[in-house]
Design a protein. Structure first.
Length: 295
């Protein structure tokens, strides 16, 4: 599969995504966040729901307040990483809106006003607990087949599964769970929409077992626990067209594996689910010499 890209969006303004759903893209672009966090504004009879307010950035909070007129009925979180939860205190203080998130939280000391669990109904959606990227990660499913997929599945890139909060075994199990659902469109927390998600993130058919690392990861005895040291060897190369998915956990920071994107770039400590390489490129571990590649 090739990743889906989009032009850099204008900052600080409300942009239509789907009927009744807009976004404001936060000014926090990076190798992990693409153009920035998508803060979604979801129209509801009770008011506007802000899903993932974004980072602790005064200009972004000001844009959220301006574009909603301060009429925020609910603040909703997919998970408590800083690029999603950072703006919560300021936005909640300015609007008085309650905060809803999964409990137990992965952020010490964070206690939402509304505790969510797997299957909770909130703002016309169903919460789907999808740990892996983060222990408290939630997706939100709408009755029309749209799923807010947070950072679990994105169109522009693969997700990060990194200790201590990331768990590869949980990530794979959560992927399988999403693939069993009937959702037709994913709305990720970074980058563009992901249409026809099953065809884009599903593993090869059972006939490919033994040849695809995703299937190998499910073999008995394969250790998917955080901290396991079953990484590709330094200097390993993947031939063009070979699977780039390393369904293996990442060990300590100094030993995290690199993954190669569909374009051939190297990004450390990230998971590329069932993509294929267009360009062969060596894997390097942190601390190895050699030029860095852009992501």
């Amino acid at each position: 599969m090739r990743y889906l890209r989009e032009p850099e969006p204008e900052r600080g303004i409300r942009q239509a995504v789907l009927p009744g759903i807009d976004r404001i893209v936060a000014p926090n672009p990076s190798a992990h966040t693409y153009h920035g966090t998508n803060s979604f504004l979801i129209a509801r009879p009770e008011g506007i729901v802000v899903l993932d307010p974004g980072p602790n950035d005064a200009t972004h909070v000001a844009a959220l307040l301006r574009e909603t007129g301060g009429r925020v009925a609910l603040i909703l979180l997919t998970h408590t990483h800083p690029d999603h939860v950072g703006a919560v205190p300021a936005l909640a203080a300015a609007t008085g809106a309650p905060v809803a998130a999964y409990l137990p939280s992965a952020l010490p000391g964070f206690n939402p006003d509304i505790a969510l669990a797997d299957g909770s109904e909130i703002a016309g959606m169903i919460a789907v607990h999808t740990p892996g990227h983060a222990a408290d990660h939630l997706c939100f499913a709408r009755p029309d087949g749209t799923l807010f997929s947070g950072d679990h599945v994105m169109a522009w890139s693969s997700s990060t599964v990194s200790p201590p909060g990331g768990d590869m075994a949980a990530y794979i199990a959560s992927l399988d769970r999403l693939l069993a659902r009937p959702d037709r469109l994913y709305v990720p927390a970074h980058g563009p929409l992901l249409p026809e998600p099953p065809g884009r993130i599903a593993c090869p058919p059972p006939g490919a077992r033994g040849r695809h690392p995703c299937h190998a990861a499910r073999r008995p005895g394969h250790d998917l626990r955080p901290g396991a040291r079953n990484l590709p060897r330094p200097g390993a190369r993947f031939a063009p067209g070979s699977p780039a998915h390393h369904a293996r956990p990442f060990g300590e920071t100094r030993r995290r594996g690199a993954r190669t994107t569909a374009g051939g770039d190297v990004a450390f400590g990230r998971l590329n689910h069932c993509a294929t390489l267009d360009v062969a490129h060596p894997i390097r571990h942190f601390g190895q010499s050699g030029p860095k590649r852009s992501f």
